[in-house]
Design a protein around this ligand. Structure first.
Ligand SMILES: [Zn+2]
Length: 55
């Protein structure tokens, strides 16, 4: 889930609606929200071990 915080008034919100740029506006003061990027525990890197058989 995405999190955003207002650097001015400290408004904090979260939700998948934050993927939209229109949601990056603080409803209180109207300033731009800062997205909080937390380290995700799910960092599964798929190793490219697939053999691509191109004809
Ligand atoms: Zn604000």
């Amino acid at each position: 889930m995405l999190e955003a915080r207002c650097p001015k008034c400290g408004y904090h919100c979260y939700g998948w609606a934050l993927v939209k740029p229109e949601e990056h506006i603080c409803p209180k003061c109207g300033s731009k929200l800062e997205l909080i990027h937390e380290h995700k525990p799910q960092t599964e890197k798929k190793q490219a071990s697939e053999n691509s058989n191109l004809r």
